[in-house]
Ligand binder design. Structure first.
Ligand code: TYD
Length: 210
């Protein structure tokens, strides 16, 4: 049976990493053999692109940036995500196409129809079965990531208004696809958020997890 594809989205500091880990551990206990991956990244080539686009390319223009994101996504989708789903694994992915609508679309101003064309090429129509949007006010996210230091990337160091645009683009993504995208209040305690995620996964996929 084909596996489920679950993606996690949100601004920096929203707590995606923790929630992915908690869900992965529960799926392991339920013998669902989840595969954890991330974007940009997930293959050697896509990780190289990640390194460039997040850390080295301060002069990269928005069009180049969006093409690099989708080049990484194309490779990741065909090499890792599709084969894993096909062989029955559940794939938990830290960001996917919605992040491009939020960051390159909302943040950088790349038009949605451009992103949609690239999406069709790179994902071959693959959509997550469920997307968990961890929504957090920008100032709260900045406070949380403030202590990370060396993990700072080109997006984390963007100005407040950029992050506000990213957040509202995420809200738009959720409004456009309400069945797939579930928005969760990321200011709530970790275990409360996880409880919601667990219940959602159980309801939608009939997977008994604890
Ligand atoms: P992030 O997922 O926050 O990783 P970490 O937890 O290590 O900081 O970092 C990835 C960054 O890449 C994030 O700031 C958003 C950005 N990004 C895009 O701009 N577009 C995309 O399509 C994706 C997947 C990520």
């Amino acid at each position: 049976m084909r596996g489920k594809f679950i993606t996690f989205e949100g601004g920096d500091g929203a707590g995606k990493t923790t929630q992915i880990r908690l869900l992965a551990e529960a799926l392991e206990r339920a013998r669902k053999t989840p595969i954890l991956t991330r974007e940009p990244g997930g293959t050697a080539l896509a990780e190289e692109i990640r390194d460039w686009v997040l850390h080295h390319s301060s002069t990269v223009d928005p069009e180049t940036e969006v093409l690099l994101m989708f080049a990484a996504r194309s490779h990741h989708t065909s090499e890792i995500i599709e084969p894993a789903l096909e062989s029955g694994h559940w794939v938990l992915c830290d960001r996917y196409t919605d992040a491009s609508y939020a960051y390159q679309g909302g943040g950088r101003g790349v038009p949605n129809h451009v992103i949609a064309s690239l999406e069709a090429i790179a994902t071959r129509g693959l959509k997550p079965d469920l997307t968990l949007l961890l929504d957090l006010a920008v100032d709260a996210g900045v406070r949380r990531t403030g202590s990370r230091g060396d993990r700072d990337d080109r997006f984390e160091s963007e100005e407040f208004t950029f992050k506000e645009r990213v957040r509202s683009a995420y809200h738009q993504v959720a409004a456009n696809d309400p069945d797939r995208v579930v928005t969760l209040d990321a200011s709530r305690p970790i275990d409360e958020i996880y409880e919601k995620i667990k219940n959602l996964v159980q309801e939608r996929f009939g997977a008994p997890i604890d």
